[in-house]
Each structure stands twice: as structure tokens, then as C-alpha cells.
Design a protein around this ligand. Structure first.
Ligand code: AMP
Length: 617
């Protein structure tokens, strides 16, 4: 299918597509649109972000619906409010010339009364975040009894963000004969579970390979010491003067810190994370969209709804906790058929993550070298020369030129150029005069290893860990609520955000879990959870009760033999649940045995399989 006309869409829809400048269907559209136009069916479509998914499901639905009636025929669920608004706006544009078309977004953090007023007029296509949608269903404002289509957009993200219960609640009130369209960038087991459990013979469409990143993205990694991460980021930013990038961090705290440092160092950067108000987020996103900001430092969740097509780079300042998240991050660039670069700044211990990603996305990373100070200066110099060559004439300068010529007449051409260029260039020269090489070579690290195979740094870290006292924390979040170690760590990262805080074992029970955390952080930890806007987690320090065995009874402390196991504690980001130490050499402890979603590991052990089987519903 080479053009939209051949797809069989109504003329009024073709008119809006033409206005939007869509010349030919993107691959996901060429595959999905004919199927949906041809029949009412369930569908599972695996496609990356930015591949044109909204039009793929939006155009056929608009084409199918009878807008002369007012009842709701489609509910589209999306993980974030930004994405929700974006989808609704796209659908409004697609249906601009369709008479009576009505599309409305509903999402949290905005006045529910205003949304209720719009809904009461009768809305054919509702686009909602799961929480607000369920709320409006309970208030009997949204009636899904006549819905023909449920669209789950970015299904993996919705499950990642813990919306399983809300999704169940919403799907429950939809008719049995409705059709479900599931779009996801990755296919973890939880998404398969929905596809298998709730859908009837879905048509399966895969654009690219499973869990694969965009075809247009090149992947590079830079190997540095963890302490040099920020310096490396600055070098990269300086080496690409036209950089237009999202820099991904893992926690809100880290996001703010990196943005603050960049701003302090005079970079055109800002932060985007969930601790900002909606108005602040909108403002930052708008500045970034309009290219008034070159670098956006963001958390994964906050960046989800950002629709920017021409990023030059995605930078993984810290690698994500989950493999799928990398696909989402790198998919922010290389969108809409443009090429892009995804960069990972890693230390030696994180190298295995690169290998796992390579396997999952079936693409190779190239190791790149952090540019030397000289290389950065050279790049900046030529960037400046280019700017001089292409600067636009400005008539306003004319009246001053005569005097300027006279004043500088004693300088010859070469001297003049040198002085002008030096004004800008000296700043970089000064900064980079004695700039060290930030690249880490594996040989260099090897040479510092002792007989035990450990570097001095690793030995120091082990010693520090042995000295570290742990406290046990109870949380009312267990297997039944979808708890896996990675999710628990993510919740902690998002809520507490203290990177230095050690986390030891995580024991997951059916409806609660125990987490060992560094004792000195207990107060801060509890306080941070107390400050959460939602009150879904009950978090308390577990009372010592040596007579109880591990995991027996709420808040029971494990016995002393468990304590002795704690010598294999891992730093944040490399934490795992109990029983995993035997695989440590394989994966550096990045994945826990209980995790059913993340696929950093090459293959699951017998116990993994047993565990995941037991949990499958
Ligand atoms: P989406 O994945 O739906 O967020 O789309 C990603 C971007 O591609 C959006 O900015 C769309 O406006 C744009 N887009 C979608 N379909 C096409 C098309 N056929 N031609 C050009 N751009 C498109």
C-alpha cells in the first residue's frame, strides 16, 4: 500500500491527513489500517513509539464510527496525561472535517468538573489515563456499555506503572463483544497475559522484531568511571554543539541534580519529572518542543508523552532498571523515519547490560570514545566558524560599521580573525586546557586486580558493605499486587531517591514484602513514603522478632542465619532479590530471580521457570 487513498479512508479524513502533510502511510499504518477497515477484530500490534501508531488505530476508528449518535464507541487508554492529550489532539486533527466528530481527553491532575461538563455532552471517542477514567466510570459520567473498541496504547508502560487494577476495572464494564486493540513497544509477559486472557483471536502485527528498537537508531556506549559520568555528559554536549537531546536519569532527584548542574555550567538545559506541577511540566515541554531548550533531563515516566520528532540524541545518563525501558528511551529518537543516536554512559560493571540489550534488540552497540579536550575545542571552533559563514546580514549594524572599521584599521586580516574567534574559543580552551582522558579501558582496570580478582575499588566497596547495618522495612505490596524486585526498587527510587542508600535483600510475599535498607536511612525512607501524594503504600520498620522465620507473619524480622547471607549486597541498580548470588558473575546482579518482565538475563534458571509458572494466571 503506497498511499492513503488506496487504504479506503473517507474523503474528509484524507483531507485532514493531507493537511497534516502525511504523504504515505508509515509501516504500522500500512499494516493496521486495512485490517481494521476490513473487519471488526481484536489486535495486538508491536510497534515502537513514534512509528505512527495513533493514526494506525485512530484513522480506521474515525472512519467506522457514526457520529450522528452521541454514545461512546471507543475508549483509548494511555499511561500518561501528556500522551493522553497528545492522542486526543491527533484524533481531533484527523477528524477535523468529519461532521459531528467528538473526541475528549480525561486525565488526572486537571479539573474533573470541566471534564465532566464535556463528557455530559456526549463524546464518541474518549482518551483517558486509567485512574481518571475509572474514577469517572464510578461517578457514572463515563458509560462504556455501548463501547465497540477499547484501545490500550503503550500497554507495557501502563502495566509498568502499576495500572493493572484500573485496567481490570475498566475492562469489566465494557461489553463482552467489544474489540480490543493493544499497542505496545515491547512484549513482556504481563502484556502477553492481557493478550491471551482478554482478547479473542487477535490479529498479531509486528513492526520490526520483538522488543527491538527503531531501525533508524544507532547505539553507542561510552565507558567511564561512575564518578566521571557528569563530566562525560558535558564533553558529549560540547562535542555536539547542535545537540537536541533527552537525557534520561533514573530518579526524580538525579534528574533535578543533573539539570541543575548543567544549568549552573551554562548549558541550555532543564528538568522534567513528576515532582514538577503540571503547569511547570507543560512549560518545560513547550520550551523543548519549540527548541528553546537544547537538553531535557527527564525521568522515563515524565518523558513518555513528549512528541518530538527530530531529536539528535537520546542519552542514557544512567541505564534504566528494566531492559524494555531502554527500547522506550532510544525510541524517542529515530522517529518518523528520521535517524537518531542513542548513547549510554556506562561504567565497567554495567557493560553486561549492553550485551543483554544487544541480544534483545538484535542490534550492536559501538563503543565510542569520550572526545579529548582538544577534539572538543576543535569541534566548537569549527562550529563557530560555520556560524560566522552563515550569519544573516542585519541592517541595524550598518550605522556602527564605519566607526568600527576605523577603530580596528591597525589590525591585519589574520590578526582580526584570530581575535574574533578567540573571544568565544578561549572559554573552551581554558576549560579543557588540562582536561583528563575520561575513557576507561578494560585493560587498565584489569591491571589493578588482586589475586581475588577484585579491584581496589571493589575491595573498598565490599568492606563498606560489610560494615553497613541494615533495617527491615515492611511494605503492603506483594506478589498479588504485581510486586517484583525491580518494581519495588523503582518505587523506592521514585519515592526516596537516595542513590547512596544500600538496599539488601527483598523478600516478596503474597500480599506484602520486606526490604532491607541501610539502617541510617530509615527515617528519611519512612518520611519520603509518608509524603507521597497517593497513600497506596503502608511502609513501616519491621519489628525485630527473632523467633519468626523469614517472611512469616506481617512485619516479622528474619532470623539471625538470614543476616549472615547479607554479604552479597549490591549497589543500587545492581540489586537483586535473595537467592541470586549464584548468577552474579553472569549478570552482575542486575536482574532478580523473581522478575518476570525484565529480560537482562540470558536464560532463566530452573527456579526462575518454576517461580514464573507458579504466578501465571
Ligand atoms: P505517533 O507514533 O502516533 O506518536 O506518531 C509519531 C509522529 O509521526 C507524530 O508526530 C505524527 O504526527 C507523525 N506521523 C504519523 N503518521 C505519519 C505519516 N504517515 N507521515 C508522516 N508523519 C506521520
Amino acid at each position: 500500500m503506497t498511499n492513503f487513498e488506496e487504504l479506503g479512508l473517507k474523503p474528509e479524513i484524507l483531507q485532514s491527513i493531507q493537511e497534516l502533510g502525511f504523504e504515505k502511510p508509515m509501516p504500522v499504518q500500512a499494516e493496521v489500517i486495512p485490517v481494521l477497515l476490513d473487519a471488526d477484530t481484536d489486535m495486538v500490534a508491536l510497534a515502537q513509539t513514534g512509528t505512527g501508531k495513533t493514526a494506525a488505530f485512530g484513522l480506521p476508528l474515525i472512519n467506522k464510527f457514526d457520529f450522528s449518535t452521541k454514545h461512546t464507541e471507543a475508549i483509548i487508554l494511555s499511561p500518561t496525561r501528556e500522551l493522553c492529550v497528545q492522542i486526543a489532539n491527533d484524533l481531533k486533527k484527523f477528524s477535523k472535517y468529519v461532521e459531528g466528530a467528538s473526541v475528549a481527553p480525561v486525565y488526572g491532575g486537571a479539573s474533573i468538573d470541566a471534564q465532566i461538563r464535556v463528557l455530559k455532552k456526549g463524546v464518541k471517542i474518549i482518551v483517558g489515563t486509567p485512574g481518571r477514567t475509572l474514577d469517572l466510570i464510578k461517578r457514572k459520567v463515563i458509560d462504556l456499555s455501548k463501547v465497540r473498541y477499547v484501545v490500550l496504547d503503550e500497554a507495557d508502560e501502563m502495566l509498568n506503572m502499576g495500572f493493572q487494577d484500573e485496567l481490570n476495572g475498566i475492562l469489566e464494564v465494557t461489553p463482552k463483544d467489544k474489540h480490543t486493540l493493544l499497542f505496545s513497544a515491547t512484549m513482556p509477559r504481563e502484556v502477553e497475559h492481557i493478550a491471551n486472557g482478554y482478547m479473542h483471536n487477535p490479529v498479531r502485527i509486528t513492526i520490526g522484531t520483538r522488543n527491538a528498537g527503531s531501525e533508524n537508531v544507532q547505539h553507542y556506549y561510552y565507558l567511564v568511571h561512575a564518578k566521571d559520568r557528569y563530566l562525560a555528559l558535558k564533553r558529549i554536549a560540547d562535542y555536539y554543539p547542535n545537540i537536541y537531546a533527552i537525557i534520561f536519569c533514573r530518579t526524580k532527584k538525579e534528574t533535578q541534580e543533573v539539570a541543575d548542574m548543567l544549568i549552573k555550567d551554562n548549558y541550555n538545559a532543564d528538568a522534567l519529572h513528576g515532582d514538577l506541577s503540571q503547569a511547570q511540566r507543560d512549560h518545560v515541554m513547550s520550551r523543548f518542543r519549540h527548541k528553546n531548550l537544547q537538553m531535557l533531563v527527564a525521568t522515563d515516566v515524565a518523558a513518555r508523552g513528549l512528541d518530538v520528532n527530530n531529536l539528535t540524541h537520546v542519552i542514557n545518563y544512567n541505564m534504566p532498571d528494566e531492559l524494555e525501558q531502554y527500547t522506550h528511551r532510544s525510541g524517542r529518537t529515530g522517529r518518523a523515519d528520521k535517524s537518531g543516536i542513542s548513547i549510554a554512559i556506562i561504567n565497567l560493571k554495567e557493560k553486561f547490560k549492553i550485551r543483554h540489550i544487544e541480544k534483545a534488540i538484535n542490534k550492536k552497540f559501538e563503543q565510542a570514545q569520550i572526545p579529548t579536550g582538544k577534539e572538543v575545542c576543535q569541534k566548537q571552533l569549527f562550529h563557530m566558524i560555520d556560524k560566522i559563514e552563515t550569519v544573516e546580514d542585519n541592517a541595524a549594524i550598518e550605522p556602527f560599521l564605519e566607526t568600527i572599521y576605523k577603530k580596528l584599521s591597525w589590525l591585519d586580516r589574520e590578526e582580526l580573525i584570530k581575535r574574533f574567534v578567540s573571544i568565544e574559543f578561549n572559554r573552551f580552551l581554558e576549560y579543557y586546557r588540562n582536561a583528563p582522558d575520561l575513557n576507561v579501558t578494560e585493560e587498565r582496570n584489569e591491571s589493578h586486580r588482586n589475586e581475588g580478582g577484585k579491584t581496589r575499588r571493589e575491595r573498598e566497596r565490599d568492606r563498606a558493605r560489610k560494615d553497613c547495618e541494615f533495617a527491615r522495612i515492611f511494605i503492603n505490596y506483594g506478589r498479588k499486587q504485581g510486586a517484583v524486585p525491580q518494581r519495588i526498587i523503582r518505587i523506592i527510587n521514585d519515592t526516596v531517591g537516595i542513590r547512596e542508600m544500600e538496599i539488601g535483600h527483598i523478600d516478596i510475599m503474597d500480599s506484602f514484602s520486606f526490604i532491607d535498607i541501610e539502617k541510617s536511612y530509615v527515617n528519611e525512607f519512612l518520611k519520603a513514603f509518608g509524603k507521597r501524594k497517593d497513600s497506596r503504600y503502608v511502609v513501616e520498620e519491621a519489628q525485630p522478632k527473632s523467633s519468626r522465620g523469614r517472611g512469616e507473619g506481617r512485619k516479622g524480622e528474619r532470623d539471625s542465619s538470614d543476616r549472615n547471607e547479607r554479604s552479597d549486597r549490591k549497589p543500587r541498580g545492581e540489586r537483586s532479590s535473595k537467592g541470586e548470588s549464584k548468577r552474579k558473575s553472569d549478570n552482575g546482579g542486575y536482574q532478580s530471580k523473581n522478575d518476570s518482565k525484565t529480560s537482562w538475563n540470558k536464560k532463566s534458571s530452573k527456579s526462575d521457570r518454576r517461580e514464573s509458572k507458579g504466578r501465571r494466571r
